[in-house]
Design a binder for this molecule. Structure first.
Ligand SMILES: Cc1cc2nc3c(=O)[nH]c(=O)nc-3n(C[C@H](O)[C@H](O)[C@H](O)COP(=O)(O)O)c2cc1C
Length: 389
């Protein structure tokens, strides 16, 4: 039997403050610092804590060459421990899920630090609203009380800067000014299928399929994409669309069609609430668009590239802005959030997150007649007659 190390792993020394009665009794401040070695692997959700000898063995192990099991029993026990944690792999266990997940990361050309970052920045079961409430971090007043005043809203002005003319507002200027993140959707007003189709056509539909002449095709869309690769897929959570059964659908950008996924969540409202990490102000949106990246499409060109992951998150930002604009043009409210429990989506769609990773959720629909959750609309472009919440 032989072993080797997993592909992408980071060792982080961490220091935790702990209360110490001993320190307090002996006249100290009651605080001690506990040091530990934490291991973040790109193929494992768990963060492992290692003692120094096990950590050293991990670092000495090759991720490429298989090594024979050590004869020394102490070293053998360390190898067994690391195998149990999933940090070392055995050549005789190719079907193990950790081995399989590690293989995806090797084959997908992730830059290791991006892979580790993506894996460990996903959420599972987080209730962000509950946490904000229990930490009393909801209002600007709460934030300043806890964190002090923020850095200034804009840097200081520079002497000698060139003053620019302010143009009179025309229709082109007015449209972006009317974009306000919507936190008040009308639960009783469905979106028509034609409006949903229009939104998808305007933002995500392929306007053309461009043949390179080789075995590579590229899509032209209304949104830009790093490398022209358009690796983001859209999953539509249709909660209230006329003529469309509630459920999760995949949007096909070339065919401009929605395919209902086979296994649907039993309770779509509960699923949406969990996906949005408890952000109840978005849950009433009749439509959500969850952006899932087919990493291999981007990493085909940008192999082990330090900028590749940044580029796909920027792609998500462009799509969300385009949804905001398309919604504003049609009198709809829209939102985007990255505060999501990605794991909900992975489970619903049976995805390996390192192959197809959830990046953000957008949504749109008709606004409620009354604003009950705060929106940032100081010029009252949207809430002309409504009192500020
Ligand atoms: C990347 C990104 C993530 C966001 N995440 C959230 C979120 O989790 N919850 C939320 O209520 N708003 C979220 N927003 C909306 C912002 O809070 C909003 O853009 C900001 O308050 C400014 O308001 P405006 O969009 O109406 O101009 C997000 C916006 C962006 C661009």
């Amino acid at each position: 039997m032989k072993y080797r190390r997993c592909h992408a792993v980071a060792v982080l020394p961490e220091e935790q403050t702990v209360f110490s009665l001993e320190s307090l009794i002996s006249g100290g401040d009651g605080i001690e610092y506990e040091r530990r070695i934490r291991i973040y692997a790109a193929h494992l959700d768990a963060i492992c804590t290692l003692e120094l000898p096990a950590c050293m063995l991990l670092l000495e192990s090759s991720a490429e060459e298989w090594a024979p099991m050590p004869e020394d029993p102490e070293r053998g026990a360390l190898v067994a421990h690391l195998v149990e944690l999933g940090l070392l792999m055995l050549d005789e266990e190719p079907d193990d899920s950790a081995v399989e997940s590690d293989r995806h990361i090797r084959n997908n050309h992730w830059w290791p630090l991006s892979a580790i970052h993506y894996r460990h920045s996903r959420w599972d079961g987080i209730d962000s609203v509950g946490e904000m409430e229990s930490n009393q971090m909801l209002t600007a007043q709460d934030l300043v009380r806890k964190l002090g005043a923020p850095p200034p809203e804009a840097p200081s002005r520079q002497p000698g800067a060139v003053a620019l003319p302010r143009l009179p507002d025309d229709a082109v200027c007015m449209l972006p000014a009317q974009r306000v993140t919507c936190r008040n959707f009308d639960r009783s007003r469905a979106l028509s299928l034609s409006l949903l189709a229009e939104m998808l056509q305007s933002v995500l539909m392929a306007q053309a399929v461009v043949e390179s002449g080789y075995d590579a095709r590229f899509l032209k869309k209304n949104v830009p994409s790093g490398g022209g690769l358009h690796p983001l897929e859209a999953y539509i959570i249709a909660r209230d669309v006329e003529g469309l059964a509630p459920g999760i659908y995949h949007y096909h950008a070339v065919a401009h069609e929605l395919a209902r996924i086979a296994a649907q969540p039993a309770d779509l409202d509960g699923f949406s609430q969990r996906l949005l990490a408890g952000q109840h102000w978005f849950v009433n949106a009749p439509v959500m668009v969850v952006l899932v990246c087919r990493f291999e499409r981007n990493f085909w060109k940008y192999r082990r590239h330090v900028k590749a992951y940044r580029a796909v998150t920027l792609d998500a930002g462009h799509i969300s802005q385009a949804f905001y604009t398309a919604a504003t043009e049609r009198g709809l409210g829209a939102f985007v959030t990255a505060a999501i429990n990605e794991v909900e989506m992975e489970q619903a769609l049976a995805l390996d997150p390192m192959e197809q990773g959830t990046l953000a959720a957008c949504g749109f629909g008709w606004r409620a007649p009354v604003m009950s959750m705060a929106e940032l609309d100081p010029a009252q472009h949207v809430w002309r007659s409504a009192p500020a919440a």
